[in-house]
Design a protein around this ligand. Structure first.
Ligand SMILES: CC(=O)N[C@H]1[C@@H](OP(=O)(O)OP(=O)(O)OC[C@H]2O[C@@H](n3ccc(=O)[nH]c3=O)[C@H](O)[C@@H]2O)O[C@H](CO)[C@@H](O)[C@@H]1O[C@H](C)C(=O)N[C@@H](C)C(=O)N[C@H](CCC(=O)O)C(=O)O
Ligand SMILES: Nc1ncnc2c1ncn2[C@@H]1O[C@H](COP(=O)(O)OP(=O)(O)OP(=O)(O)O)[C@@H](O)[C@H]1O
Length: 554
């Protein structure tokens, strides 16, 4: 929310203006399946809920969960000082509850807190906005922006919940998580309802399903982009990662489901999900697929996909024969996949008699819904050299982004043009990704500059090491003999890329996209790849004003 002083109110402070008084005895009834045991006055009422002592409002139910670093029960005093009136916890927290404080003990506190938030903010009884929930390893943010653009073009009052920002009816607030914790999510949905939001596009991360953040809501349409390796630090295995995503597609969580059956480099996961959900609407990416999985009986198929400017024109066909043509402005065939999923989710969320109007919006609105740029997603900073900032931070994302960049390079006809890649791996996350990303970088780039992403609490040099080693090892076996260099800090690496570049080269700065801060041992350092690159371009005498570019990418 933009405040009167022009600053931002954190999402954790965002609450519906109308307070509902919920008696503890009513919560006991609603949470029955978690076998709640109430100690204290059943007539006591709560008006809000928080699982973070620093975000408690007067009248809140404070939820004390056991986490990886802390136990919320250690912060009960802080929560009481801020006005909490009762506590929800499980057996692990009960011993730390002060004498005389009303409390509920349940056996699955993370699931129970999402249901409690739904009750406390009235989302269980009222008509919430229609929520279009998107999950998958890559493409969630882009697909939700596309959904939002179509919904707005269809004249809905819209909301958006995701990695870059939260939007309520055109008003933006910064986002802390891809999917907020359940108390914030439910208060946000209630706030959207109050402000008249009719339809919301929402990213649903696998963390959100694993931690039950996104529970207690029924999604109007759930959409699946793809599944490839990421987040194995949390999920342990691809099977567990898949299971977390699949929760969203259960009929009690989503009214309709749309599954891309050949998204990303590992189409077997989309096919497996479709087998588990026989009533789901399916999407075959056809010529926009990375892996040709052969003929399918999908509900919707992309039948044509041609380069148009930096992006593509494409045609979608329903198995009834209904067709729609549209175009997407962002580079990369994967953005055709994201746009097609958004379109099919909108068709699925509407009755058939609305389809012609939706097709008209997709084909003819100016600007077209998929022409809009998404911050930090294949964002073009300059044309000569072509400088692109992207959020690719896992093996498939990096592969797809480099493939799109290399097609651009080829179509520009430059025999001598080089692809210069600047990227790093994230600390405290899936370490298995690091050598894979190093190999991919060497395979697809001519100059690989390995630097830092968010080191978090790890030593940045130790994070770079396996990336550099794998890139060099792979480079030794490649005919195009890519150069691999290691440069930190990140601003120096970006600047070095520009220093090396000729006007024909392409620079891809991958991994951080829209982000404006790096996390180093809990300290936030300001850095925006886009700004650093613009400054370096000016410093090295390049023109940073964008001309209307017309080269194709595929
Ligand atoms: C792995 C993960 O998701 N961890 C989340 C989890 O942490 P945790 O269980 O370890 O909690 P903890 O820090 O030990 O704290 C335990 C409890 O004490 C409370 N506490 C703690 C300190 C205090 O002063 N007061 C207080 O009340 C905390 O609010 C929490 O309820 O619960 C915390 C409380 O909400 C989250 O902050 C934390 O997110 C961490 C910071 C995080 O970075 N999560 C990322 C990885 C994440 O969720 N990412 C996904 C998307 C990923 C993607 O697709 O790329 C997302 O949806 O954003
Ligand atoms: N459909 C796709 N398939 C493969 N890669 C993609 C796809 N869409 C986007 N990407 C790549 O992944 C990056 C992240 O895209 P986006 O932010 O839309 O995904 P996300 O799922 O929201 O990611 P995160 O969960 O990390 O926020 C992009 O910058 C691009 O490089």
């Amino acid at each position: 929310m933009v405040t009167q002083d022009g600053g931002y109110t954190a999402l954790t402070m965002l609450r519906p203006q109308t307070k509902i008084n919920t008696k503890l005895e009513a919560l006991v009834d609603q949470l029955e399946r978690y076998r709640p045991v109430l100690t204290g006055n059943p007539q006591l009422t709560v008006t809000g809920i928080s699982m973070n002592s620093k975000a408690v409002h007067p009248g809140d139910l404070y939820v004390a969960v056991s986490g990886a670093r802390h136990h919320g029960a250690d912060y009960i005093t802080q929560a009481l000082d801020a006005g909490a009136v009762a506590v929800l916890t499980d057996d692990s927290g009960v011993a730390r509850i002060p004498e005389g404080l009303a409390h509920l003990v349940v056996d699955d506190v993370r699931s129970a807190l999402a249901d409690a938030a739904s009750v406390i903010y009235g989302n269980n009884i009222s008509v919430t906005p229609s929520i279009y929930g998107v999950t998958g390893t890559n493409g969630k943010t882009t697909t939700t922006y596309f959904l939002n653009a179509i919904l707005a073009a269809l004249d809905y009052k819209t909301g958006l919940i995701g990695t870059i920002e939260t939007r309520i009816n055109g008003v933006a607030a910064p986002a802390e998580f891809t999917t907020p914790e359940a108390p914030e999510l439910h208060s946000l949905v209630a706030r959207m309802r109050e402000t008249g939001v009719e339809a919301t596009a929402m990213e649903v991360s696998s963390h959100a399903m694993d931690y039950r953040r996104a529970f207690g809501l029924r999604y109007h349409v759930a959409g699946f982009t793809n599944l490839t390796q990421d987040h194995l630090d949390l999920h342990g295995s691809m099977d567990d990662y898949f299971d977390a995503k699949a929760l969203l597609f259960q009929p009690d969580r989503s009214a309709s489901q749309v599954i891309t059956i050949n998204g990303g480099a590992e189409p077997q996961w989309g096919q497996r999900l479709a087998e588990q959900c026989p009533d789901a609407v399916t999407l075959d990416l056809g010529p926009a697929a990375v892996v040709d999985a052969g003929a399918s009986n999908a509900t919707w198929t992309i039948t044509e996909c041609e380069p148009a400017g930096l992006g593509h024109r494409f045609r979608l066909r329903h198995d009834s024969g209904f067709e729609v043509a549209t175009k997407v402005g962002m580079p990369g065939k994967f953005n055709v996949a994201n746009a097609a999923l958004a379109a099919v989710m909108i068709f699925t969320g509407h009755p058939r008699h609305d389809w012609n109007r939706i097709a008209e919006v997709l084909a003819n609105s100016q600007p077209a819904p998929f022409e809009s740029a998404v911050p930090g997603r294949m964002e073009v900073i300059s044309d000569e050299p072509t400088v692109i900032v992207d959020f690719a931070h896992n093996p498939d994302g990096l592969t797809q982004a480099l493939a799109a960049v290399n097609r651009t390079k080829r179509s520009q006809g430059g025999q001598t043009a080089r692809t210069i890649l600047v990227f790093g791996a994230t600390g405290d996350r899936d370490t298995a990704k690091r050598p894979l990303m190093g190999q991919i970088a060497a395979e697809h780039a001519d100059v690989v500059i390995v630097t830092d992403d968010d080191p978090h609490y790890e030593d940045p040099a130790e994070i770079r090491k396996p990336v550099v080693e794998a890139a060099r090892a792979r480079a030794n076996h490649l005919a195009h003999a890519p150069e691999v260099v290691e440069i930190a800090p990140r601003a120096a690496a970006l600047s070095h890329a520009v220093q090396l570049a000729t006007a024909q080269d392409i620079i891809l700065a991958a991994g951080r996209g829209h982000e404006t801060h790096q996390d180093l041992a809990g300290q936030r350092f300001a850095i925006d790849d886009r700004e650093v690159l613009r400054q370096a371009l000016a410093e090295y005498g390049f023109d940073t004003t964008r001309s209307g570019s017309s080269q194709g990418t595929d």
